[in-house]
Write a protein that binds this ligand. Structure first.
Ligand SMILES: [Zn+2]
Length: 138
């Protein structure tokens, strides 16, 4: 595909003891040492960990964080909107006042932690793009 780059090779993991990907990921910390920051901006990544030097070039979370957040937020907001409509039948402007802020809160608040979690899980499970073995074993 045009514009697609090969992911950097997965860095070696020892001598660091494996940390829980849930603890490091949800805290938006480096998946190897658990101390260095993962993000430079709201969702943009630093090039490497400033504590242990782990190169973040292997990271490829793609659309994963957005997908999980959309599914979760959609479940919560649509469920709440349906419940309010069935119970109270309010005018539509009440729905707008209730759900627009809830949608913003339910999507933006967890997005960073979910991205950190998916990155930590990618590191933990050494997930990387598939490569063809050309060593001639066939
Ligand atoms: Zn680190």
């Amino acid at each position: 595909m045009p514009g697609m780059t090969l992911a950097a090779p997965m860095p070696d993991q020892p001598p660091f003891a494996p940390l829980s990907p849930f603890a490091t990921g949800l805290a938006c910390r480096c998946p190897r040492c658990g101390k260095g920051a993962l993000f430079r901006g709201f969702l943009s990544l630093k090039p490497r960990c400033e504590v242990c030097g782990l190169d973040y070039g292997f990271i490829d979370a793609g659309d994963g964080p957005a997908v999980f957040v959309i599914l979760l937020a959609g479940f919560v907001v649509v469920g709440a909107a349906l419940a309010v409509e069935v119970l109270y039948q309010p005018p539509y402007w009440v729905h707008a006042i209730l759900w627009v802020p809830l949608i913003l809160l339910a999507t933006l608040a967890p997005l960073r932690s979910v991205k950190g979690l998916l990155i930590a899980l990618q590191y933990h499970h050494k997930a990387a793009e598939g490569r063809l073995d050309r060593s001639g074993s066939a």
